[in-house]
Design a protein around this ligand. Sequence first.
Ligand code: FMN
Length: 190
Amino acid sequence: MSENTLSIRIIFGSARDPRFCDVIGKWLLDRLGLLPGIEFAVVDPRELDLPQGHTPDRASVRQLRESLDAADAFIVVTPEYNRSYPGALKVLIDSAYEEWGAKPVAFVSYGGISGGLRAAEQLRPVFAELHAVTIRDVVSFANPWDRVDEAGQFDPGAAAESALKTMMGKLGWWAHALKQARSTTPYKGA
Ligand SMILES: Cc1cc2nc3c(=O)[nH]c(=O)nc-3n(C[C@H](O)[C@H](O)[C@H](O)COP(=O)(O)O)c2cc1C
């Protein structure tokens, strides 16, 4: 991996089975696979068996924290549950602390007419508390299940591709800037 390669963790927000998160996640992963200069991995609360709250000595928590620590940036793929984000996502976020700090977080949200934006907006103060920087530009899908064809293919259209390009441009800028800054001046506070 070159020094300029960005390591991005894709955080899945839903832990239920089945879940639409897999459709959105696949769309995102397919697109990220086409971009140069990044390597990425999924962090899935359904796979991690995380305990409630901050329990640093659990193996699953250590595994999560090591994965987050190695990342330069995060993309949170979140549905909207009751005008907010899922509890499983909050458990995952609360399981780490300084691993989030001085790193950028972008959101891909989905839901009904709100497109999951109420979940994304409520995540901003959570990440502010963790000394993370949230990206202004969001990729948001309103009723994305309407864009799955009979063959199961999800095609959200050109607007989504454009929104992703914008979001990734901003995420990349912050990720490179903060990676450089962390390497010269360790971030204190997180
Ligand atoms: C507990 C629960 C609460 C929900 N509340 C909302 C909501 O407030 N607003 C909304 O747009 N969609 C809401 N939905 C619909 C979800 O956005 C939709 O079911 C989505 O597919 C959930 O993502 P998932 O399948 O990946 O878990 C809710 C779904 C669940 C299960």
